[in-house]
Design a protein around this ligand. Structure first.
Ligand code: HGY
Ligand code: MN
Ligand code: MN
Length: 408
């Protein structure tokens, strides 16, 4: 029986959810456990209920829509899902595609009267982006047992708030222990967020692995002084030291084939004519190869020491995340390829450059991802765009992959 997924419904819901969190400058921002994200959560919960799913929220605020029957409720569920929190001034597809498509695909199977051996569940995981609270992929990491619920709830945000209190405030301090459902398998549909599929004209990505991610915060303390009277050699310039480290990180990854990003930077006193006494910034290092990633991190640490002595500044670093590269499940990747080919869609094995909830759930069950193209590879940017037909293709593949996994 060929079940039809209502692609138009998915597309209109992506746009409906994408309207939440738009501020007065037109920037879309739904940071984890914020008021705007609560609006998104409430909308997703209403869709899950409309689909006739049982909605359960766990202690870290992960939301699950569960479809189980009398016959299969004691079996382990096949799970899909993603996240609806965003970065600052975000696009509308990152994460949301996977949650909205998951709801629609399960509803389509339910309403078609499909009998599955396993229940089906769609999750919306808390704080995948890690912009307000670190680390990223927090909700799925806690779910997979990689971080204690207690430590996660105690995490302090960039705005000084405590995640556990914020979840209570927005009404999503859930009622069950994370990990309460042990999935049989997990498949996440997500936009590629990179340019490869768009450039090569590929419709479906069978994501077989994901690069490692190391985040650290660097604090440099120098000495404020007059920009016009302090000779260069007498300066302890925190700003210059920060710039040197940023440039070095880029040179490192140009050798190793990894990626380095200094995404946040603040100076004190931040005045045009004062040598910065303090610089605080973050370094996001990534590489699909663990040895290279660890080696880049070591080389960066050695260079930071060298800069500290040459520039007469004091530098401290604080690790924020340390996630190794992840290999996904080969059997599920093959199933994604087979289903895509059955639909006549072009398909290619892909590596995820972005961190994903799937990388955490892969710790507890066979897991893989389905990618659809991002036009010009733009993401974490309001110009993020995926064509309607690619959304429909991705959802159709997700449905058949979940149906086959839930039937076994
Ligand atoms: O950082 C990442 O790659 C993901 O978007 N959280
Ligand atoms: Mn994402
Ligand atoms: Mn993202």
């Amino acid at each position: 029986m060929q079940i039809q997924v209502n692609g138009q419904k998915i597309i209109s819901r992506i746009h409906e959810l994408g309207q939440l969190g738009i501020d007065e400058q037109g920037r879309r921002t739904r940071l984890a456990a914020s008021d705007t994200e609560k609006q998104g959560r409430d909308l997703v919960v209403s869709w899950m209920k409309e689909a006739g799913l049982k909605v359960v929220v766990d202690y870290i605020g992960n939301i699950f829509g569960i479809w189980e029957t009398e016959e299969n409720k004691n079996e382990k569920p096949v799970m899909t899902g993603s996240h609806i929190d965003t970065v600052i001034n975000a696009g509308r597809y990152d994460g949301c595609l996977g949650v909205i498509s998951g709801i629609e695909v399960i509803q389509a199977m339910k309403e078609a009267g499909v009998k599955t051996k396993h229940p089906l569940v769609v999750g919306a995981f808390t704080n995948e982006e890690g912009v307000r609270y670190s680390p990223d992929m927090m909700g799925s990491l806690v779910y997979a047992g990689g971080l204690s619920t207690k430590d996660a709830l105690a995490s302090v945000g960039t705005d000084g708030t405590i995640l556990g209190e914020e979840l209570k405030r927005i009404g999503y301090a859930g009622t069950v222990e994370p990990g309460f459902l042990k999935p049989e398998a997990f498949v996440e549909l997500h936009v590629e967020q990179g340019p490869i599929m768009d450039i090569e004209g590929i419709s479906i990505g069978a994501v077989e692995n994901l690069q490692g991610i190391h985040w650290q915060r660097v604090t440099i303390e120098g000495m404020a002084n007059h920009a016009g009277t302090t000779p260069t050699k007498l300066r302890a310039d925190a700003g210059l030291a920060a710039a040197r480290i940023n440039v070095f990180a880029r040179e490192l990854v140009e050798q190793s084939g990894g990626m380095a990003t200094v995404g946040t930077m603040e100076f004190k006193p931040n005045a045009v004519n004062v040598i910065p006494s303090k610089a605080v910034f973050t370094v996001d290092l990534r590489n699909p190869n663990k040895e290279k990633l660890d080696s880049d991190e070591k080389k960066l640490a050695d260079y930071i020491k060298q800069v500290a002595s040459e520039d007469h500044v004091h530098i401290t670093t604080q690790q924020m995340t340390c996630f190794d590269p992840v290999d996904f499940d080969e059997t599920i990747c093959r199933l994604i390829e087979k289903v895509a080919e059955n639909h006549g869609f072009s398909v290619k094995r892909m590596t995820s450059g972005a961190g994903q909830d799937a990388q955490m759930i892969a710790r507890i069950c066979p897991t893989a991802m389905i990618f659809v193209p991002s036009v010009h590879g733009i993401s974490h940017n309001p110009d993020e765009f995926t064509k309607d037909e690619d959304i429909c293709h991705g959802a159709a593949v997700l449905l058949d992959v979940l149906a086959e996994l839930a039937a076994k």
